[in-house]
Design a protein around this ligand. Structure first.
Ligand code: G1P
Length: 289
């Protein structure tokens, strides 16, 4: 069955970026000139997704506005004879954007469960917008292609230094075949030195709808939150479950370092400013200490 719907959990408080995220959702922080959430939606569209399901929270209406028509802006630019080409892709077709609310911050698993009525009885994708993936084709498209071969459940699996594993969901890997790795187990935020591998769950998922049944009854796990990883672990053995190694670059834009790296990398490649930025960077690197 084709993957038609993607869930974007965007209700998080974004405390790591305060005060920038006091009044602005962290998903609206830009990498060069596009907010993180726009990259995530573009990635979904490229992968054939038709319905974008945003799990939103209080104080984050800017996300909804971003994908709406900006009537005053478009009208004013038109009156001035100016182009609105830069807005391309930021207005979703009516009916293609669905917003549901996560009323309490009870964790990623709870956020996904909040979308259950919109998802219904079909497999679906999840994109965590702060895991910023750059590739061609994009990360979700690579996963959808893999899904067409093996079906079941898929997660994007990427290697990180072992010391970083306590921050993530971690795979217990089985056999590897090209970009696909069998998933034998999953553990959320393992204690230092206990991770079964250095392969982490990197913010992209294709899951079967049965996940919602587990999420519905699930108790709090790591950090006192309802963890998606714990419910995924229960599907292992019942349905095929694979990790997909993404061929591309990953930036953890949930951290300030990853966010700065993403901006620098994309700005260096930007047609308008890349050359100037790279030569300026050589100078600043000599003097920075
Ligand atoms: C979430 C997931 C975790 C995953 C991570 C990717 O953690 O729970 O399994 O590895 O995203 O960034 P969070 O970043 O919300 O703590």
């Amino acid at each position: 069955m084709k993957i038609r719907k993607a869930v974007f959990p965007v209700a998080g408080l974004g405390t790591r970026f305060l005060p920038a995220t006091k009044a602005v959702p962290k998903e609206m922080l830009p990498v060069v000139d596009r907010p993180l959430i726009q990259y995530a939606v573009d990635e979904a569209i490229e992968a054939g997704i038709e319905t974008m399901v945003f799990v939103n929270g209080r104080g984050k209406a800017a996300i909804e506005d971003h994908f709406d028509m900006a009537y005053e802006l478009e009208r004013t630019q038109a009156d001035r004879g100016k182009s609105v080409a830069a807005l391309a892709g930021s207005r979703l077709t009516p009916g293609d954007a669905v917003f549901v609310r996560q009323q309490e911050p009870r964790g990623l698993g709870h956020a996904i469960w909040c979308a259950r009525h919109v998802i219904g009885d079909e497999p679906f994708a999840i994109i965590l917008p702060d895991e910023f993936m750059v590739g061609s084709p994009g990360c979700l498209k690579q996963m959808v292609d893999a899904y067409e071969q093996v079906g079941g459940n898929l997660i994007c699996a990427l290697e990180v230094p072992m010391a970083e594993t306590p921050s993530y969901g971690v795979l217990d890997p089985g056999l590897r075949d090209g970009a696909l790795t069998e998933v034998r187990g999953l553990v959320e935020k393992p204690k230092a030195g206990t991770a079964p591998s250095n392969l982490i769950v990197a913010g992209r998922y294709i899951l079967q709808p049965e996940i919602m049944e587990y999420l519905a009854t699930q108790e709090a796990g790591a950090g006192g939150e309802v963890q998606l990883t714990d419910s995924m672990a229960k599907l292992i053995g019942q349905q095929p479950f694979h990790g997909v190694t993404f061929a591309g670059e990953r930036y953890d834009c949930g951290s300030k370092l990853g966010f700065a790296q993403a901006n620098f990398a994309l700005a260096c490649r930007d047609a308008g400013m890349g050359d100037d930025l790279r030569s300026w960077a050589k100078t600043i690197l000599k003097t920075a200490s």
